[in-house]
Design a protein around this ligand. Structure first.
Ligand code: SF4
Length: 327
């Protein structure tokens, strides 16, 4: 069994406007030490999937209708809340998008890292603070600043503190949800470089959630492109960048700036993501796809294998290959 194996997960949100199908039949697996990018626009279901792995979906509105998430052979969705609390933080940790909301404004950064340590390790206050100071140094913040509060740090520095908290217990799986979106461009690269360096040192696996295919190319080995709650293309970064197949992946790629090309205007993907309460019956991308046919509007494409390890959910680009996942 894989290190992390997600089987046929379906998640809805019950809202006043109706039922939002947020994640539909997602199958994914991750090897120990592997880095996987989840790419897609806002609202595609990436964060919902990550929160489902962490078991932190809002209980009032989210419904996991079916599926399994095996972590080292144990189905996380069947674990007692107490057991899941032990795993969260010590085995699986998440870095959230906005460092300001992830930090407690009334505790010093040292206290917050020390608290994360004591939640999972039986150490006294002095030892926990020592570990907190080591973690601060590891993320490039002088230990002497451990007695300062979050508002005394810049956005980039705060995100480093969030990373220090996430990594304090040496998690085996790190989920980074748009970890650099709230930061300015010059700091983004430094923070990602640091996440990569630390996770390599700690031999952690990484799930990087982003809307930026460029970040995935630099930081991941494999990639799942997600559109309207389902995987539309999946493969190694190498295969997908060499031969991207799904029209949505191509659209994402042509909408990012390239440093070596003098392009006056970027080409955005036309249209908007479909209303999640009323998703199209056939291919969910059919309202924005230049190649859509009548069949695309009426039938839902499977995820087909187009070549070894490379899968695409498209009648035009993928049909004819083997189906992916547990049928
Ligand atoms: Fe476009 Fe049809 Fe392929 Fe969907 S199945 S991506 S609508 S060509």
């Amino acid at each position: 069994m894989a290190f992390l194996e997600i089987n046929k997960i379906n998640i809805d949100y019950v809202t006043e406007d109706g039922v939002v199908e947020a994640v539909n039949d997602i199958d994914l697996s991750l090897k120990e030490g592997e880095s996987l990018g989840l790419v897609g626009e806002t609202g595609a279901g990436k964060t919902t999937l990550a929160k489902c792995i962490m078991r932190i979906l809002p209980e009032r509105t989210a419904r996991i209708n079916s599926g399994e998430i095996f972590y080292k052979g144990t189905d996380l969705l069947k674990l007692e809340p107490e057991k899941m609390r032990e795993i969260r933080g010590s085995e699986i940790a998440m870095i959230f998008q906005d460092p300001m909301t992830a930090l407690n404004p009334v505790l010093t950064v040292g206290e917050q890292i020390a608290e994360a340590v004591q939640n999972h390790q039986k150490v006294d206050d002095a030892e926990a603070m020592k570990k907190a100071e080591e973690m601060l140094e590891l993320v490039g913040i002088p230990a002497a600043r451990s007695s300062e509060y979050p508002h005394q740090f810049s956005g980039g520095m705060r995100q480093r503190v969030v990373i220090a908290i996430a990594l304090a217990c040496n998690p085996k799986l790190l989920i980074a949800d748009e970890p650099t979106t709230a930061l300015d461009v010059t700091i983004q690269a430094q923070v990602l470089e640091m996440i990569q360096k630390l996770r390599t040192q700690m031999k952690s696996s990484l799930i990087l959630i982003t809307h930026d295919l460029g970040l995935v190319a630099q930081n991941c080995e494999s990639v799942a492109v997600i559109y309207a709650g389902e995987i539309v293309e999946y493969g190694t970064v190498h295969d997908i960048f060499k031969d991207m197949k799904h029209p949505y992946t191509v659209g994402l790629f042509t909408s990012i700036p390239k440093i070596n090309e003098d392009v006056k205007r970027l080409t955005p993907i036309p249209g908007n993501t479909p209303d999640p309460v009323h998703l199209p019956k056939g291919c969910k991308f059919c309202t924005r796809c230049a190649y859509a046919t009548e069949k695309c509007q009426n039938e839902h494409p499977e995820l087909y294998q187009s070549s070894e390890g490379h899968f695409v959910r498209c009648f035009l680009k993928g049909q004819g290959g083997e189906k992916y996942g547990k049928q």
